[in-house]
Design a protein around this ligand. Structure first.
Ligand SMILES: C[S@@+](CC[C@H](N)C(=O)[O-])C[C@H]1O[C@@H](n2cnc3c(N)ncnc32)[C@H](O)[C@@H]1O
Length: 330
């Protein structure tokens, strides 16, 4: 099954994701490519574990979906989003049995290490998400990235590195075959969390699905000046005070008049770390003469601090045009 990012809860519950196969082992694969690993590997278990696959490429998502369906693997959830967002915001603590990373993009150029997935912050989150006995399993042809990942795991202070042979299925992926044809071998490591027993409390999640109750959708109520009729809109950029990577950037790109009702729609681009969302914010007339500024459900937005800030940016832009805010709900 393909899940849009907004189909998840933050954090989610494996029993909700796999209602027909509760209690089975849970495996996450990051960057599954065309999906060859899982049909091979799932066969090595008496009953196929629940599978969660995350990819950045939409083409790969569709190819892998077809492959898993053909293999009859129905307890599989595939999604397209940055793995960093999925592991940080969606996965609950101590629920994963294994995390598979086969032939990750190596980012070989000097100065590009910050783009690599297997860095100390990733291991710190994974140490929380794995069950006791679970492990992150890396297979790669890339000598330098392999050493880098092992050093980062050790530097994280939360993982032990075990060097073993790769599972046979990891040598059947598209990239494994590509490197094998070139005569290259593959390295494999298991990164095993050191923790045993209770972990210190995790910081609260700040992401949420689009709420069912109207009142909980980020919004504001305001009175527009009688003369309000925007003919011209200049792009607006707002940034959170937090340092890069932790905060958000909101760019209000455009404003459109709606034809059906007395109102407008703002198009906003929201960037928060690895997550980028395009969202619509409606400005709609209400019966009492005020206007409602409200995040639209269209496009399945995830409610994040940046998305709330987008509603705030639209509201502040309207204030700069003379609107008087009656209520802020963002
Ligand atoms: C070199 S390919 C390997 C694909 C597959 N594992 C294989 O062995 O054939 C790396 C894959 O990781 C995906 N990827 C890269 N960064 C990612 C991220 N941050 N989150 C999820 N997927 C990512 C890419 O889209 C690409 O499909």
């Amino acid at each position: 099954m393909i899940f849009r990012p907004s189909d998840f809860h933050f954090p989610d519950d494996p029993a909700r994701l796999y209602p027909d196969t509760p209690g089975r082992r849970w495996v996450l694969e990051i960057g599954f490519g065309d999906g060859r690993f899982w049909p091979h590997h799932a066969r090595t278990f008496p009953e196929a574990p629940n599978y969660l696959g995350v990819e950045l490429s939409g083409v790969s998502l569709l190819k892998a979906h077809r492959r898993l369906k053909a293999a009859g693997l129905s307890n599989a959830v595939l999604t397209k989003m940055p793995a960093e967002v999925l592991v940080r915001e969606v996965l609950p603590d101590q629920t994963l049995d294994a995390v598979i990373v086969n032939f990750p993009d190596p980012w070989p150029k000097a100065g590009h290490e910050e783009h690599r997935l297997l860095r100390a912050p990733f291991f710190e989150v994974m140490a929380r998400r794995l069950k006791p006995g679970g492990a992150v399993q890396l297979t790669t042809d890339h000598d330098e990235y392999f050493e880098f990942a092992c050093a980062q795991a050790a530097a994280s202070g939360v993982m032990r590195v075990e060097l073993t042979g790769p599972p046979p299925a990891a040598l059947e992926t598209k990239y494994a075959l590509k490197w094998r044809d070139l005569g290259l071998g593959a390295h494999h490591a298991r990164f095993v969390p050191l923790h045993s027993g209770a972990l210190p409390a995790a910081p609260p999640r700040t992401f949420a699905p689009y709420p069912e109750e109207n009142a909980a959708v980020p919004h504001a109520v305001l009175t527009l000046p009688a003369s309000f009729a925007p003919q011209d809109f200049q792009k607006v950029t707002a940034r959170s005070p937090q340092p890069r990577g932790e905060g958000w950037t909101v760019v209000l790109l455009d404003l459109y008049a709606t034809l059906r009702r007395d109102g407008w729609t703002a198009l906003a681009h929201v960037v928060e770390g690895e997550l980028t969302q395009e969202v619509l914010v409606g400005i709609t007339a209400r019966g009492d003469g005020t206007h409602l500024v409200r995040l639209a459900r269209f496009g399945g937005p995830i409610i994040t601090p940046g998305v709330k800030a987008a509603v705030g940016s639209v509201t502040e832009w309207l204030e700069a045009q003379g609107a008087v805010v009656v209520h802020r709900g963002y």
